[in-house]
Design a binder for this molecule. Structure first.
Ligand code: NIG
Ligand code: FE
Length: 403
């Protein structure tokens, strides 16, 4: 029989369920407990009323939030582009040209090397409180390497994205490469992918324009993939409009938006996913989250962890940037990094803590979630490992620093 675990001593529980607790969008409950069975939440409520369980984990007053949903990463890659980063900090612009270096390193890496790199990156993300990662291909740009990237990604997440249309590889003609991406490469990658994505950025000589993006996304949709778009990263462009028109689940970056883009997002079902680590690491202007929220757009925050534009998977870092630089409150930023990410993946079983949802808990070494932005750069968030998930059981060993 499956064991039942009680997680108690939660000083502040953020559920993202407005029916619970303080009635806000975050559904915050004080002095709470959660009961977990078979990896799902069986019960949550006041600690004083918790039901019996086989095992108890006492968090001694810590805050708990839903595990971060990082809906945009490129965690399968080999190589290092710190030289490119250093040049950028000295004034070089980013145009996507450096992707070729990662493609060369990723093609040259063995499967075991890539698997090891990926599993260490997933462990790093969990150590910072992330419990769901989307993972893209796009550093292979040939059939064998794109398939390998996606097959490895399926070993760590169901949220896998075919990004053969990341850039046109050196020496290929645009026309021939798009034929490959929408033909043989898509067919080979399809069994390993849930989503299809395209880098729609006519300002980059390496990426794809609106018509090319429609061709790629149309083929992906016809193959049964859900759609996502990299758009409006380097300047104003058609990415948002194409994404909304094709009912993509998310359009990611959204750094440069016109009023028409904001209106389209407000009127459609496409989530605007903001990636503030990219603006930090490319020294670019930050997107205006407050403008999107005021217009009623659903906003997600994700890391975009990749070797070029943001070599960090830290969601707390993204939350701190979103609050400091993008006009979000700590509550809005937390919601976007959890519930917003879940909507960007069209999932209702993550990003929220309620009976039936996955028991993806993030424990903070803090009395309240506001510390995610208040104490930037501090290692205060971690995914809680539960015995039901076959991971480490036992006490909540941690170094308490906040009182
Ligand atoms: O999301 N913009 C396109 N793709 C990635 C960066 C890829 C790279 O430079 O390696 C991004 O920023
Ligand atoms: Fe990306």
């Amino acid at each position: 029989m499956l064991s039942v675990t009680l997680v108690t001593g939660i000083g502040e529980l953020t559920t993202n369920d407005p029916q619970v607790g303080d009635g806000s969008a975050l559904g915050v409950l004080r002095d709470a407990a959660v009961v977990v069975q078979d990896g799902r939440i069986a019960w949550l409520g006041p600690a004083a009323r918790n039901p019996a369980a086989d095992t108890a984990i006492d968090l001694d007053g810590a805050a708990v939030v839903p595990g971060f949903v990082d809906s945009h990463t490129h965690l399968v890659f080999a190589g290092d582009r710190s030289v490119e980063f250093t040049a950028r900090m000295a004034g070089e612009p980013y145009d996507g040209g450096g992707i070729a270096a990662t493609v060369a390193a990723t093609r040259a890496a063995g499967e075991d090397e890539l698997r090891g790199l990926l599993s260490r990156r997933i462990a790093q993300a969990r150590a910072q409180g992330t419990t769901t990662c989307e993972v893209k291909s796009g550093y292979g740009l040939d059939v064998a390497t794109e398939v390998r990237m996606l097959r490895l990604a399926t070993e760590v997440t169901p949220e896998t994205t075919f990004l053969g249309a990341h850039v046109v590889p050196a020496a290929a003609s645009r026309h021939d490469y798009i034929e490959l991406v929408t033909g043989g490469m898509l067919a080979a990658c399809r069994p390993y992918a849930r989503w299809g994505d395209v880098f729609c950025e006519p300002g980059s000589p390496h990426a794809f324009d609106a018509d090319e993006a429609r061709t790629v996304l149309g083929a992906c949709a016809a193959a049964g993939l859900g759609l996502r778009v990299h758009g409006n990263q380097l300047g104003p462009g058609p990415g948002v409009q194409v994404a909304v028109e094709l009912d993509a689940a998310s359009v990611d970056h959204c750094t440069y938006l016109t009023d028409a883009d904001v209106d389209a997002l407000a009127g459609g079902a496409t989530v605007a996913t903001l990636l503030p680590g990219v603006e930090f690491s490319t020294r670019s202007p930050y997107p205006d989250a407050a403008r999107l929220l005021a217009a009623g757009v659903t906003v997600a925050l994700a890391s975009d962890c990749n070797p070029g534009t943001c070599c960090s998977s830290s969601m707390p870092f993204g939350i701190a940037l979103a609050v400091r630089e993008m006009g979000m409150t700590p509550a809005q930023a937390l919601w976007s990094a959890t519930a917003g990410g879940a909507l960007a993946l069209r999932r209702d079983d993550i990003g929220v803590l309620r009976p039936g949802a996955r028991a993806d808990l993030c424990v903070l070494d803090a009395p309240t979630y506001a510390h995610l932005a208040y104490r930037p750069g501090m290692a205060i968030a971690r995914a809680l490992e539960l015995p039901d998930r076959g991971l480490t059981a036992g006490r909540a060993d941690r170094l308490r620093t906040w009182r």
